[in-house]
Write a protein that binds this ligand. Structure first.
Ligand SMILES: Cc1cc2nc3c(=O)[nH]c(=O)nc-3n(C[C@H](O)[C@H](O)[C@H](O)COP(=O)(O)O)c2cc1C
Length: 281
């Protein structure tokens, strides 16, 4: 029997980092505005502002037996637990700011807690609106294994009239708010896509393992569907219930079964909106 999960969409947890430490920072203003947008009109996301100011300057002498200073450890946990990231990056001398690079470097220490997550960048600055810093940040993301949304790009020239920010650094420009909202929607869509791909890949890998041991083999009509030659159903049937694992199965496969059950269970709880039936064992 197939189990099609139709529960409500999970909330995507966004960790937002600002590369400027000054109180009335325009870039932190962008994050505040994004938080407000998420409350008002971008459903299914929550943004936590992660302050990078308390982090010490990176010094690997502060690492003791693979552990980090408590403030760094707490920061790394927040990065690890987020589903995706929103960077608000000022441009300092054509690149990212020192504080932001410092934070990025701490979270990249082993194990790299940025890996395989979606991210978006916004910036407010001079003529190019911080564009050169954004492209440096994208380059840094290559090594971190971050996946940045390509479009829409958001560069805000903070100094060109009319004023885009008030004296406290709050974004007051309505057109920029709309553009910021488009970035958030793209980040949300890309995060869901990455997560869906991750689980689909996991199930496909496990399917291959199982397939080697089940007689008769289980068919995969959804493969035909993809090429357009099958029925119109878009949902893969996955495995029938119950699947018995023969004794000839490798110890590795036997060990995988509880893991697969757990995956299906976790998925139905935490990732409830997946558009395909979960693996049934
Ligand atoms: C050290 C330093 C270097 C800067 N270099 C650039 C730059 O290369 N390009 C740019 O557009 N603005 C540059 N600026 C101006 C910043 O864009 C501007 O101060 C901006 O308001 C910083 O962001 P914030 O408001 O979030 O602090 C620089 C500012 C500082 C302090």
């Amino acid at each position: 029997m197939e189990a099609v999960v139709t529960a409500q969409q999970p909330v995507i947890k966004v960790a937002a980092l600002c590369g400027s430490l000054r109180k009335a920072s325009f870039n932190r203003g962008l994050i505040r505005s994004a938080m407000q947008l998420v409350k008002d009109s971008v459903k299914g996301m929550e943004i936590e502002y992660v302050d990078i100011a308390p982090l010490p300057m990176l010094n690997t002498d502060l690492e003791v037996n693979g552990t980090y200073p408590p403030v760094v450890e707490a920061f790394r946990q927040k990065i690890l637990q987020a589903d995706c990231y929103l960077f608000a990056s000022p441009e300092y001398n054509y690149s990212v700011s020192g504080p932001l690079k410092n934070a990025i470097d701490w979270a990249s220490r082993p194990p790299n807690v940025w890996a395989d997550k979606a991210a978006a960048i916004v910036s407010a600055g001079g003529g190019f609106g911080g564009g050169r810093a954004q492209y440096h940040l994208r380059q840094i993301g290559v090594y971190l294994d971050l996946h940045f949304i390509n479009k829409p790009e958001f560069f805000l020239n903070a100094f060109q009239p009319p004023a885009k920010f008030d004296s406290d650094g709050n974004l007051i420009d309505e057109q920029s708010k709309e553009q910021l909202k488009a970035v958030l929607l793209a980040l949300k869509a890309f995060t869901l896509r990455l997560q869906a791909f991750g689980l689909a890949k996991l199930q496909e890998d496990k399917f291959h393992d199982l397939q080697q041991h089940l007689r008769p083999p289980i068919s995969r009509p959804w493969v035909a569907n993809r090429s357009g030659s099958g029925s119109s159903s878009t949902l893969p049937p996955f495995l029938p219930t119950p699947v018995s694992i023969p004794r000839s199965a490798t110890p590795l496969l036997q060990r995988q079964v509880p893991f697969l059950r757990k995956t299906a269970h976790d998925s139905s709880n935490a990732r409830a909106s997946r558009p395909w039936p979960l693996l049934q064992l």
